[in-house]
Ligand binder design. Structure first.
Ligand code: RB5
Length: 145
């Protein structure tokens, strides 16, 4: 599994925490920054991660900003991206089972690092259920036309 990850300035600390988790889990990832604490615009950092997942270079993406909201809005503008804004473990599991989400967004100002780690691990380990949910994913894809 290959992961793409980025944040804005509001998500720098949590992004580093999640990269540490990915190291511990021996999951490979590419870090799209930012590499400084300067204020940046989150769409610029959502784009390379979302494009990379949409074109198949990466299996999944993780985006972090202050709330996770801006990142999730931006990511969901990219065709092929199903980005879920998640701040609890139940939703992390449900969005993989039901929505086959391929990008996870979280807010550093919303949750702590311990919960964020559990969310990421659950989201990465949970498989899409398929079945009736496949039809619904196809209907989401139709909305992109
Ligand atoms: C940056 O101040 C903040 O707006 C951003 O991190 C994010 O929360 C936007 O949705």
């Amino acid at each position: 599994m290959r992961i793409a990850i980025s944040s804005d300035h509001g998500g720098n600390n949590l992004r580093r925490e999640i990269m540490q988790l990915l190291d511990e889990l021996h999951i490979s990832y590419e870090d799209f920054g930012p590499q400084s604490a300067d204020s940046v615009d989150y769409p610029d950092y959502a784009k390379p991660v979302s494009d990379g997942v949409a074109n198949g270079k990466f299996d999944k993406g993780i985006l972090i900003c202050g709330t996770g909201i801006g990142m999730s809005i931006a990511a969901n503008k990219v065709n092929g991206i199903r980005c879920a804004l998640v701040h609890d473990v139940f939703s992390a599991k449900a969005t993989r089972c039901h929505n086959d989400s391929n990008v996870l967004a979280m807010g550093e100002r919303v949750i702590g690092p311990g919960l964020a780690r559990e969310i990421v691990q659950t989201w990465l380990e949970t498989e899409f259920e398929g079945g009736r949910h496949t039809r619904r994913i196809e209907k989401i894809t139709e909305l992109e036309q």
